[in-house]
Design a binder for this molecule. Structure first.
Ligand SMILES: Cc1cc2nc3c(=O)[nH]c(=O)nc-3n(C[C@H](O)[C@H](O)[C@H](O)COP(=O)(O)OP(=O)(O)OC[C@H]3O[C@@H](n4cnc5c(N)ncnc54)[C@H](O)[C@@H]3O)c2cc1C
Length: 359
């Protein structure tokens, strides 16, 4: 019997495998994909969030703040490409008292969560040519990393620490038993194998609800919400991430300007309902994206945008109600990680610490 089976080799499962193997546990990680993490962990903005938007005391707030520090330390130590470029959240084309009040509320929320060194910039256009807005919140510690390189690095560390991989194996059944957990994995050709372990962790991202249902946990549903990106043909001279003030009626942060440490610049992500958990199409037009971007930045027209990529947010519903936080469900010998959407990349190092302590 092995100590721990982790279902899902994205950034969360990989961090957990790394930590558990380092502590001397025998760890197996299974992933249905031959390229574990090519789902959400490989399809995001790569932003190291400094903790601005989340409800105080929520798991998102706690793990974003702690995860930011742990991730930055990890990236530095392991030479993973990243940059602490800073970020502006600008009122953009929104003018007047209401926009100012929302910016102020965001600042107060971020400070109460524990985000550091924030300030409000007035006359944004004067200080940051090309950025629109009367006022902006400056977060100097927000950064961006090469998400694919980060994931590969943690996966390699996990393997070096002794975790072994069961790649191209889909978990198809899970059963709590008196002294552990019994799992059935299936490969692409339909061959099945049994794994018996003391504990199992469900880190299956978009499919965490289906894994939870295997052990009788109903009531959880993941609704995939797609975030599409367009690639920009030139980086903006401001060299910082630029976001709009978030729309109070949306859970997404709004189409923003972002770039990868290698230099590629993007506009996105939007938030559109996906038809399935594999629906990675780009459906919104370049014209719409250019229009959204023009609310916060000068310098781009539709002709500057080419199709980029899309990712799926694993949005959680519990008993039919939207749930806006990460959710950790402990049950017998299993721990289920549910609704790990943004800031999951930033939070993974911290979340895995908590899960390991609970194990
Ligand atoms: C558009 C978008 C932008 C984002 N931007 C950011 C950002 O800038 N910063 C940030 O901090 N976060 C961001 N996020 C969130 C972040 O990407 C995720 O929270 C994080 O990657 C989730 O990682 P995970 O390991 O939980 O899931 P995943 O990466 O989805 O990994 C789950 C794995 O489980 C495997 N799996 C599923 N079912 C089974 C099964 N039955 N058997 C075996 N294996 C299975 C899958 O193949 C997959 O590899 C963004 C997300 C999206 C969609």
């Amino acid at each position: 019997m092995i100590d721990l089976l982790i279902v899902g080799g994205g950034i969360v499962g990989s961090w957990l495998a790394y930590r558990a193997a380092e502590r001397g546990m025998s760890v197996a990680m299974c992933d249905l994909s031959h390229r574990p993490g090519d789902a959400t962990s490989g399809r995001n903005s790569g932003v190291l969030h400094a903790g601005i938007y989340y409800k105080p005391e929520s798991l998102k707030a706690i793990h974003c703040i702690r995860g930011y520090a742990l991730t930055l330390e990890y990236l530095q130590k392991n030479n993973v490409p990243h940059t602490v470029c800073g970020k502006l959240i600008t009122t953009g084309q929104q003018r007047g008292d209401e926009a100012e009040a929302r910016l102020q509320a965001l600042l107060e929320n971020a400070r109460s969560i524990g985000a550091r060194d924030l300030s409000v910039i007035r006359n944004v256009e004067k200080h940051y040519p090309g950025v629109k807005g009367e006022s902006a919140l400056l977060s100097p510690h927000t950064g961006v990393c090469d998400a694919a390189a980060y994931l590969r690095s943690v996966q390699n560390r996990a393997q070096q620490a002794g975790a072994f991989w069961l790649i191209g194996r889909k978990l198809v059944a899970l059963e709590n038993q008196a002294d552990g957990v019994r799992a059935i994995l299936q490969d692409d050709e339909g061959r099945q194998e049994e794994v018996v372990c003391a504990r199992a962790v469900n880190a299956a991202g978009l499919y965490c609800d289906e894994v939870a249902a295997m052990v009788g946990l109903g009531g959880y549903e993941i609704v995939p919400v797609r975030g599409e990106y367009y690639r920009l043909n030139k980086p903006h001279p401001v060299n910082m991430l630029v976001y709009p003030l978030p729309d109070p009626n949306s859970t997404a942060l709004g189409v923003h300007y972002t770039f990868h440490p290698g230099g590629d610049a993007y506009a996105g992500p939007n938030a559109v309902s996906a038809e399935s958990k594999e629906d990675y199409r780009i459906t919104q037009s370049a014209r719409d994206f250019a229009a959204s971007l023009s609310h916060i930045l000068d310098g781009y027209t539709e002709a500057d945008l080419g199709p980029g990529y899309a990712g799926l947010r694993p949005r959680l519903r519990i008993d039919g109600q939207d749930y806006r936080d990460f959710y950790i469900h402990r049950q017998d010998n299993c721990i289920h990680l549910l609704g790990i959407e943004s800031p999951g990349l930033t939070s993974a190092a911290s979340l895995s610490e908590t899960v390991l302590n609970q194990l």
